[in-house]
Design a protein around this ligand. Structure first.
Ligand SMILES: [Zn+2]
Length: 68
């Protein structure tokens, strides 16, 4: 079974009887992300999460120092 990545149009072959193929067939979702796009998105999400945490922490520290 061939699936096309929704983001970069990269075509990947996946096993017909793999879980992923089953999922794509059953749910009829047209959204498939190739490995590199998956990694990229995962990285972005992680980065956003870590910067969010970092900013929260930084703001907290700043608030404290201003308070003192
Ligand atoms: Zn892709």
């Amino acid at each position: 079974m061939h699936v096309k990545c929704t983001l970069c149009d990269h075509v990947e072959g996946i096993e017909d009887y793999s879980l992923e193929a089953k999922r794509l067939r059953n749910r009829r979702i047209n959204l498939y992300l190739c490995k590199s796009c998956n990694d990229r998105i995962g990285e972005k999400t992680n980065k956003r999460h870590s910067t969010g945490k970092f900013q929260l922490y930084k703001n907290k520290q700043k608030d404290n120092s201003e308070f003192i």
